[in-house]
Design a protein around this ligand. Structure first.
Ligand code: PLP
Ligand code: COI
Length: 336
């Protein structure tokens, strides 16, 4: 199969239209059979629930070409489960998890020419999403929905490649106790847009959010979870108001089972982060991006950047994803 003629190494994290996307419509209480389409545009009513009340959620996952030339996807079952949980929280009908997996496989297969080759440093980002599409003016859930999956080839999420990130402790919040921080609702991202642009204007790559109730515990960043290293221990915040990152959950396993590290998933106080030696942001888009500086209101906490442990975690995780290392049972779905 001929790949598209793209300079894969130059790709950043931006949308590139690919050939096919999947769409299924929910109407009269049921999902239709779904289909692939070439049409990337959506026409809907001006009063659609998603436009008025942001009734939408999404997922993010990647497909890779392995060393042996297979196209694979990393733990898509966990994305399916998380999307179901997001839908329930937003009162949207769940797209059945087995059908979610089929739709992802179908979309990637139909865009196989867009899956970056092994060793290019790029991957195919897959974006399943759902939104309420019929006209709703009183505040209530829609009755009609679209579930869609598109794919787009991407490079690194953070510009500047391996340069350690400079992030700041945020004065604004992303999630409230008992709110929607633990699901992948579009609204969580809408309310972070002001803050991410402000961070960029001030010379920071990302915002590190603290818990909004006490403002004393580290939560996560706008688009990734956070991990810290101290000696041979990986420490990552535990909180009900952060997104349960599939990358973070995988790293906890990799640290313990592949690298013989200790792991701690527990509340991490802002006051203790000066005691860690390495720090990284982890997520599908971020992979593990090393942090060089956390700026806490003028107090700069410095980390090793791509230190020894973050490097090992990165190499092992990407080794599993790209088929260089044996994967735990069920982690890799072969697409073709
Ligand atoms: N936290 C937030 C707010 C995110 O948007 C993401 C990205 O999906 C993550 C964490 C990382 O989650 P995952 O590793 O499942 O991609
Ligand atoms: C992902 O990592 O898949 C995300 O959704 C993060 C987003 C900010 C691009």
């Amino acid at each position: 199969m001929e790949k598209k003629n793209i300079d894969w190494g130059k790709l950043g994290f931006s949308y590139v239209r690919t050939d096919k996307r999947y769409v299924s419509l929910y109407r009269d209480g049921a999902w239709d059979e779904g289909r692939l389409t070439e049409d990337e545009n959506i026409t809907m009513n001006e009063c659609a629930c998603v436009l008025q009340y942001a009734q939408t959620c999404f997922e993010g996952m990647k497909a890779y070409t392995t060393e042996k030339g297979q196209i694979v996807c990393f733990r898509p079952d966990l994305n399916a489960a998380r999307m179901a949980s997001s839908c329930r929280r937003l009162r949207m009908p769940v797209f059945p998890e087995d059908r979610f997996l089929e739709a992802v496989v179908e979309t990637v297969r139909a865009n196989a020419q867009w899956v970056p080759p092994f060793g290019s440093g790029a991957s195919l980002y897959i974006r399943p999403f759902m939104f309420g599409s019929d006209a709703i003016i009183g505040v209530k859930p829609a009755t009609e929905y679209q579930f869609r999956v598109f794919a787009t080839p991407v490079g690194p999420y953070f510009m500047g490649g391996v340069k350690p990130l400079k992030v700041r402790i945020s004065d604004l919040d992303r999630a409230a106790p008992r709110g929607t921080g633990h699901v992948k609702a579009g609204l969580n991202y809408a309310m972070s847009l002001y803050n991410i642009m402000d961070a960029h204007d001030q010379g920071y790559d990302e915002n590190v959010y603290v818990d909004s109730a006490s403002r004393t515990y580290i939560e996560e960043t706008g688009g990734a979870n956070i991990v810290f290293i101290k000696g041979n221990t990986l420490v990552t915040p535990q909180s009900d108001t952060i997104l349960p990152s599939i990358t973070r959950r995988s790293l906890l396993y990799v640290a313990k089972e592949y690298l013989g590290m200790e792991v701690e998933e527990r509340p991490v106080a802002l006051s203790e982060i000066g005691g860690f030696t390495e720090c990284g942001l982890c997520g599908t888009a971020a992979v593990i991006s090393p942090v060089g500086i956390i700026d806490d209101h003028g107090k700069e906490i410095k980390y090793a950047g791509m230190g020894d442990k973050i490097q090992k975690l990165y190499d092992t995780l990407t080794g599993i994803q790209m088929g260089r290392l044996p994967a735990p049972e069920g982690w890799i779905t072969v697409i073709e």
